[in-house]
Design a protein around this ligand. Structure first.
Ligand SMILES: Cc1cc2nc3c(=O)[nH]c(=O)nc-3n(C[C@H](O)[C@H](O)[C@H](O)COP(=O)(O)O)c2cc1C
Length: 310
């Protein structure tokens, strides 16, 4: 059989393979993004960018447990103006770069997107879903259809590049939130952000490990929930999905594609296994596809819906 084709396309953005560096992992500088691009990833996402600099939560900001990671980074980032300076030369990156944007309200989202979108980013990702930062995401009630519609419609008016909306798994009906995003003009969905928040207690110290006490759960514990979210969103919208949550092998990536993802975000697995995870996932995908007579990623997307349609 001829070599398999791992390339995929997200609303006109061509990716050499479906792997995408998830936001918040190594995406703080141009040099780090370049390093990830060199490791064979299909596209990269920046750390989330806010209007003003944010110091983040007190250390420790991450803790491992048997089924993944808990993080309460608190969106530490140097703010819009520093990001404009840092990411001013994206041409040499070799892979599409997605800018992740956060805001305390519609006005802040607009200002950050206005400042960033013409810098050469392939897309903007609007993060409405962080579970552990006061003023943002779930702690500000941003994870619902009404707010999603408001933000996406406002941002749609100020940029012509593709908009992805990053959703939380902690919502009663994630498909409804995705539909609101699509109707307001989003070009794609990223599903999902971390779940929770959860807590890990150091029983010797008799106190929570994280500085913020609680944090978002990612990695293996999140994967089946993320797969279910992608499955439900795929049934409800026509725009592409970056399926994110617990992916660390080629089999996991194929599972996400079958649920309905067009590309696959990877975060925690990079923290745990390093940058080789991208080439390993691609190699394992190729092996599985060859063994199963599948010649392209296109042939996998959404196939878990076909056998027993509802
Ligand atoms: C240490 C850490 C930092 C993160 N920071 C962000 C962030 O700044 N913005 C965001 O939208 N998501 C952030 N996330 C969420 C990830 O992008 C991803 O959606 C989530 O971790 C699930 O994928 P995973 O299981 O592959 O990590 C962060 C996750 C981790 C583990």
């Amino acid at each position: 059989m001829a070599a398999v084709d791992l390339s995929t396309e997200l609303c006109g953005i061509k990716l050499r393979n479906p792997t995408v560096l998830a936001s918040g992992i190594l995406g703080t500088s141009n040099a780090l993004l370049q390093m990830v691009a060199g490791a064979g990833v299909g596209a990269v996402t920046t750390k989330s960018i806010s209007l003003d600099p944010m110091p983040g939560h007190n250390n420790p900001i991450t803790v491992g447990f048997e089924a993944g990671l808990l993080n309460a980074v608190g969106y530490s980032n140097p703010g819009l103006h520093a990001a404009i300076e840092e990411f001013k030369n994206l041409e040499g990156m070799g892979v599409p770069v997605i800018a992740s944007v956060i805001g305390r309200g519609v006005g802040e989202f607009i200002k950050v997107v206005e400042g960033l979108w013409s810098q050469g980013f392939a897309a903007i990702e609007i993060s409405l879903s962080c579970p552990h930062t006061p003023g943002f995401g779930m702690m500000a009630g941003q994870s619902n259809p009404h707010y999603t519609r408001q933000v996406v419609a406002a941002v749609r008016r100020v940029t012509s590049i593709p908009i992805f909306v990053k959703l939380s798994p902690e919502t009663p009906d994630i498909a409804k939130v995705a539909v609101a995003a699509e109707e307001a003009g989003a070009d794609g969905i990223t599903a999902v952000n971390t779940m929770g928040p959860g807590m890990v207690i150091n029983i010797e110290a008799r106190q929570p490990v994280l500085g913020f006490k609680m944090g978002g759960v990612s990695g293996p514990a999140l994967r089946p929930i993320a797969v279910r979210c992608v499955y439900e969103i795929y049934k409800a919208v026509r725009i592409p999905i970056i399926g994110t949550g617990g992916v660390s092998t080629g089999r996991h990536a194929i599972e996400m594609l079958m649920a309905g993802a067009t590309a696959v975000g990877i975060g925690t697995a990079v923290c745990i296994s390093g940058l080789d995870v991208f080439s390993a996932v691609c190699r394992e995908m190729e092996e599985w596809m060859e063994a199963n007579n599948v010649s392209s990623v296109q042939e996998l997307i959404g196939t878990a819906h076909e056998l027993y349609p509802e």
